[in-house]
Ligand binder design. Structure first.
Ligand code: BES
Ligand code: ZN
Ligand code: ZN
Length: 498
């Protein structure tokens, strides 16, 4: 699907589907919608009289229009209440029209510029949100399916030249962020047989190659990991035939970097639980356990184009969690890269074990801040459900800024406390720490507390548990269907843009 901006009049556009909009409670259409209403002899106004349309967010009404205008059909989409209107409403309203266009088999869609006529949202941001909504809604993991119906063109049509120019810029911005999220979605949706640790290595190398010099990729294989004493990562990898890797990508801006940021992703390409094997249903979607790594790779995919003024390190510990003959046994004690020891009691709590080494390695790069992304705990899903990620951190400012960015990106993140008195639950009788707790309560927090042990005290750190929203079991909203969501890619790109 090509996305374009065009200076023109909606009532003159020839297309399969023409999208106009209305706010909730506005019974007299103005602007572009007003022009179409006039052209169709007041048909849109009449929708209100008949109570067919109220303008609620994402409410739609479609009618044939060929007898009045060059467009075959008109779709009126509700924008919701004017007071609640924001970028997320734009994303959703755009997405709903794309979904409808697909149902109608429309190839050419021309849309009014949502939000451009209303105060508050800059045209460039509005066009960015439209582009994200359109691309993410259009996304389908259809590699293994043969369905041809595609929208060819999505055109944002605007009367004024100045706003059209802004729309063009917004479309470029939106394409970068949506493509990055889609890249992460594809990695998560692909089977574990395709996405092995070595495949994540290939992805990192390719991203570096395509960056034309701004990104480098350093890869540590099993031999190097042994020399580095990355025993925690190696220990989880023991039960699989697939060798583990530590991936380290480095983005450097031109000129002096304002700050050094490390982004760490959990990269378990399949989590069957190890010897503490999961029940079958709990394993069905465990190809998604590398979603944190996919988030980091998605972000890096966009960095070369966005050129932020920060030095950014992307660090992924990649391996499988399998119950092979050499697998880690409950009760084993491992000396992590940091020197701290960990008793491994539950082999299904493997993420925190591999992250112990990857976070410690990130700390050694002396960054100003570390953000990690991990499908870490089922407990987090018990606490917040499937749509909300948890954030925990050692620096309130960092946590707040990430939360603000997530608001703008339309991704839901809620803070949980790193409650120090719970520390006793991760103390082992025979080692410095242990990877499970005696009680099941507070599992997202205790996992966070364990990670904290491996982050330098003087580095601002935020941990995002994406176990819930990284993989959607069902459709979440108009632009997030079942499967990998690319969660936190757009939030982080938003964060890096401020
Ligand atoms: N990868 C899982 C967490 C998970 C669950 C992610 C559901 C996405 C959806 C993690 O490695 C795990 O198995 N955690 C255990 C920890 C427990 C054994 C202490 C869990 O949460 O059940
Ligand atoms: Zn697990
Ligand atoms: Zn896991």
């Amino acid at each position: 699907m090509e996305i374009l901006a065009k200076k023109g009049k909606l009532e003159e556009e020839k297309c399969d589907l023409l999208v106009v909009n209305l706010f909730e409670g506005v019974t007299e259409p103005h602007g572009g919608t007003g022009a179409i209403n006039e052209a169709v002899e007041g048909f849109i106004e009449e929708l209100f009289v008949d109570d067919k349309f109220k303008g609620k967010l994402c409410q739609i009404f479609t009618f044939r229009a060929l007898e009045w205008i060059p467009a075959k059909r008109v779709l009126v989409v509700g924008l919701g209440k004017r007071d609640d209107f924001d970028e997320e409403a734009i994303r959703k309203a755009t997405a709903v029209s794309i979904n409808e266009a697909k149902k109608l088999k429309a190839k050419q869609v021309v849309s009014i510029f949502h939000g451009a006529g209303v105060g508050g949202i800059k045209p460039r941001f509005a066009a960015k949100a439209m582009t994200e909504g359109a691309m993410l809604a259009d996304y389908n993991f259809n590699k293994y399916k043969s369905n041809g119906q595609e929208i060819k063109e999505f055109i944002i049509c605007e009367k004024l030249q100045g706003k059209t120019n802004q729309a063009e810029k917004g479309i470029v911005d939106g394409k970068i962020t949506a493509e990055a999220a889609i890249y992460a979605r594809d990695l998560v949706n692909e089977s574990s047989e395709e996405i092995k640790p070595s495949k994540l290595v290939e992805c990192a190398r390719e991203i570096a190659k395509e960056s034309k010099g701004s990104i480098r990729a350093r890869i540590y294989d099993k031999e190097k990991l042994e020399k580095m004493k990355a025993n925690a990562l190696l220990t989880i990898a023991k039960g699989s035939h697939e060798p583990p890797y530590l991936i380290h990508m480095i983005y450097k801006p031109e000129g002096k970097a304002k700050k050094k940021i490390a982004l760490v992703g959990k990269g378990i390409t399949f989590d069957c639980g190890g010897l503490c094997i999961k029940p079958a249903e709990a394993m069905f979607n465990m190809k998604c356990d590398m979603a944190g790594a996919a988030t980091v790779l998605g972000i890096f995919k966009a960095l070369a184009e966005l050129q932020p003024k920060y030095e950014i390190h992307g660090i992924i510990g990649a391996c499988e969690n399998m119950p092979g003959g050499g697998a880690v046994k409950p009760g084993e004690v491992v000396k992590t890269m940091s020197g701290k020891t960990m008793e491994i009691l539950h082999t299904d709590a493997e993420g925190r074990v591999t992250l112990a080494d990857t976070l410690f390695y990130a700390g050694k790069q002396k960054p100003d801040m570390i953000i990690d992304y991990a499908t870490l705990t089922g407990a987090c899903m018990i606490a917040l459900g499937e749509e909300i990620a948890a954030i925990m951190g050692t620096n309130e400012d960092l946590v707040q800024k990430i939360k603000e960015s997530s608001e703008l990106a339309g991704e839901k993140i809620w803070e949980l406390p790193l409650y120090q008195p719970y520390d006793f639950m991760i103390k082992s009788k025979i080692a410095d720490t242990k990877n499970t707790t005696p009680k099941k309560y507070g599992g997202a927090i205790t996992a966070g507390l364990l990670l904290k042990e491996f982050v330098p005290k003087d580095v601002a750190w935020a941990h995002i548990d994406i176990a819930g929203p990284a993989f959607a079991e069902k459709k979440i909203n108009e632009y997030t269907k079942e499967g990998g969501t690319g969660f936190a890619v757009r939030t982080t790109l938003e964060f890096l843009s401020h």
